[in-house]
Design a protein around this ligand. Structure first.
Ligand SMILES: [Zn+2]
Length: 204
């Protein structure tokens, strides 16, 4: 983060905590120096987490760094959405990744697309359309469309089958090879171009 952002976070700490020692120039300089080494958004969240536990004293730098690291390991959403029932379409991940390879001269440039799963709460929480954000400043052309835009009923059934097989790995059923699975998807996907590839570790 920038110096200005670090100063902003120190102001937050001053206002949020009953006791602080920021009048001591040494303390102030030390927090400033430490905070600048981290990402602003995540550190802001880390401060929230630390203050939630104790809002009397300014959290030590070491505590902030710990909270920061915890936030790194946690899911992106602060309020985690969970599926009540296992979602066979997306394996409870809420999305599938599609890879498209675009030719640029002699180069193959792979692009990755995220499609959200409209069949479960985790998936629906990942729907995103930057074009419809009410706050104009944050609008963007970036969207996460539902996987139903790319998969027809049969394609979705294949996703279900693949995930169910993964779950019941030990039943010893004969499984198609990954190649066959990919080939099937290519032929039955509603509007999948030949360059699309279903990108998930297929356990066969
Ligand atoms: Zn799902």
């Amino acid at each position: 983060m920038t110096e200005v952002e670090a100063i902003e976070l120190i102001e937050r700490l001053k206002n949020a905590c009953t006791f602080n020692r920021f009048e001591d120039p040494g303390v102030y300089a030390e927090y400033l120096r430490a905070l600048k080494g981290y990402d602003y958004g995540r550190m802001d969240a880390a401060i929230d987490a630390a203050i939630e536990e104790d809002s009397r004293n300014v959290p030590a730098i070491s505590l902030l760094v710990k909270k920061y690291k915890d936030a790194l390991n946690a899911p992106k959403d602060r309020f985690e959405v969970k599926n009540g029932e296992y979602c066979t379409v997306c394996d409870d991940r809420g999305y599938v990744l599609m890879k498209e390879v675009q030719k640029s001269g002699d180069m193959d440039i792979p692009y990755q697309y995220v499609l959200y799963c409209p069949f479960c709460p985790v998936g629906r929480s990942q729907a995103y359309d930057g074009r419809n954000i009410s706050d104009k400043e944050h609008r963007s052309p970036y969207i996460v469309p539902p996987l139903t835009e790319y998969f027809g009923d049969e394609g979705i059934q294949l996703l279900r089958d693949a995930n169910l097989k993964k779950r019941n790995k030990k039943t010893g059923v004969v499984r198609p090879t990954e190649k066959e699975f990919q080939a099937n998807l290519q032929t039955i996907g509603k509007s999948i171009s030949n360059d699309w590839k279903y990108d998930v570790e297929i356990p066969f």
